[in-house]
Design a protein around this ligand. Structure first.
Ligand SMILES: *Cc1c(COP(=O)(O)O)cnc(C)c1O
Length: 494
């Protein structure tokens, strides 16, 4: 199987090359030329564990990895780093299946892919004789940085350097990052905002002179960005796995179509569900849930994508996004795989902040629908689920759960059972979650709130949180924006 670019039909590369490159040279995203069909029957799926499912799904997308290579990556990723052998367990509350994607190292769904990406990347480098140590350079507004650090920490042949805006991330997020112990990690606070960090990182990626000096010392840059197919493909796995589990537990019948509702930001997670459907998973409707930054909700109404609007800071910060990069892959499919047309649309997004596909939109509207939920709707949902079922969800999952309730009201004839992707542990957003359950919990120290949440939900505090209390701060450097390059040079001994 080969990958092409959403913006250039002449691109034809292998999976491992696509993982290694991340983004195509002309700015397009790598997409499979054809979608493989699931190689195992649904009934067989019911008896497969997470790793077996991961192999069955990923082998057909990453066809130039050998069986041994791919199984080795899977074994290294989905091990005791997760706090349950199921890796992605399903909870049922109020008639909805919550697919819990937060049992990894940093208790959020990005662990699902970032646990395996470093191994896919180092294997890809070996296969393509791309010599030298891989240097991951990332700017983070909080969550991605920690998930990437946890994924790459201790992985031989890699280094990871993370820049975050000093004062621009939460106390817990900062503590999570600056306590990362492994010697192949570097975390630096920057006197600037997230955009400053991001722009500088992009500049460093494009700095030919720096890359030249790095190459001489045996280093090469790579990216752990969410548009890398090495992050997208592992995300298909848990939807297929969830279907198998529901089948095994006889909650659905073989072939029964299910809805999947996903709290969406960059459109990666829900796109993976769509790829699962393209492989033959019986999926009815894909419900794309947005918070108040509802650019996708508006898009799924009429096919006009318009980011010209106010950016709103919400209680579901990982979804505060106005440019959903992975949507380009759906747009490409909707054009009938026309890279020229896709390129024009993306150029329009860049220059005008807007594009219009209303003329061909009917093709998408049968498969996706958009919903959104504001904070008061989310808070009510968190409260009601806790009161009714004793089940506590985080603020991102709440967007999907509340949006799904709206969908049910608007579509009473749709009786399909529904999976909601649960993307973060409530412990990660304890203050907002408790505030929703009862306003009396609004104040208090972070760790007090965590104890309260543990009592209320009758769940154990995840190690990712309890460890933080006593963890030693190892990264203490703070620098000016203009000193970021020096930090990289210093770390690499250039
Ligand atoms: C990143 C993230 C999302 C959004 O996922 P996308 O793939 O960007 O759509 C939702 N919830 C949480 C907790 C996240 O970290």
């Amino acid at each position: 199987m080969f990958y092409t670019s959403t913006r250039d039909a002449n691109v034809k590369i292998t999976a491992s090359q696509a993982v290694l490159k991340g983004l195509s040279d002309e700015g397009g995203l790598f997409v499979p030329c054809e979608f493989p069909k699931l190689s195992v029957s649904l009934s067989k799926l019911a008896d497969m564990d997470y790793k077996e499912t991961a192999y069955a799904v990923m082998k057909d997308f990453l066809t130039d990895y050998t069986e041994e290579e791919l199984k080795d990556c899977i074994n290294k990723a989905y091990d005791s780093k997760f706090d349950t052998e199921e890796i992605a367990p399903i909870a049922e509350a109020d008639g909805v299946f919550y697919l819990e994607l937060f049992h990894g190292k940093t208790i959020a769904f990005k662990d699902m892919a970032l646990s395996i990406l470093p191994h896919l990347l180092t294997t890809a480098a070996k296969k393509n004789k791309a010599d030298g140590e891989i240097v991951i350079l990332t700017a983070t507004s909080g969550d991605t940085g920690k998930a990437a650090l946890a994924g790459f920490a201790g992985v031989k042949g890699t280094r990871i350097i993370v820049f975050y805006p000093k004062g621009g991330v939460s106390k817990v997020q900062e503590k999570q990052m600056v306590t990362q112990k492994e010697s192949n990690t570097l975390v630096v606070g920057v006197k600037g905002n997230f955009d400053d960090c991001q722009s500088k990182v992009k500049e460093l990626f494009g700095d030919a002179e720096l890359k030249d000096r790095m190459a001489k010392k045996g280093f090469r840059f790579s990216s752990a960005n969410s548009i890398n197919i090495g992050r997208l493909v592992p995300q298909i796995v848990y939807y297929v796995y969830a279907y198998g589990k529901l089948l095994k537990e006889e909650r659905i019948k073989e072939g029964e179509k299910i809805n999947i509702c996903v709290p969406t930001g960059n459109f990666g997670n829900i796109l993976a569900a769509y790829y699962a459907k393209k492989m033959g998973l019986p999926v009815n409707m894909l419900i794309c849930a947005s918070n108040e930054n509802k650019v996708l909700f508006d898009f799924f109404k009429n096919g006009v994508y318009d980011k010209n609007r106010e950016f709103i800071l919400t209680d579901s910060p990982s979804m505060d996004i106005l440019i959903s990069s992975n949507l380009e892959r759906l747009i490409y499919l909707n054009t009938g795989c026309d890279p020229q047309k896709t390129k024009e649309l993306m150029e329009s997004l860049k220059s005008k902040g807007k594009y219009d596909i209303s003329d061909t939109f009917s093709k998408i509207s049968g498969e996706f629908t958009g919903e959104f939920a504001n904070w008061s709707e989310c808070a009510k949902k968190i409260h009601d689920l806790y009161e009714g079922d004793g089940y506590v969800i985080d603020t991102h999952t709440a967007v999907a759960a509340a949006a799904y309730d709206k969908y049910v009201k608007e579509n009473p004839s749709d009786k399909a059972k529904t999976i909601v992707a649960s993307t973060a542990s409530p412990y990660k957003f304890a203050r907002s979650v408790l505030k929703a359950i009862d306003s009396k919990y609004e104040s208090g120290e972070d760790f007090e709130l965590i104890d309260t949440l543990s009592k209320l939900s009758n769940t154990e505090i995840p190690a990712a949180v309890s460890e933080l209390k006593t963890a030693e701060v190892v990264h203490k450097t703070v620098c000016e924006i203009s000193e970021m390059k020096k930090q990289v040079e210093g770390n690499l001994g250039l």
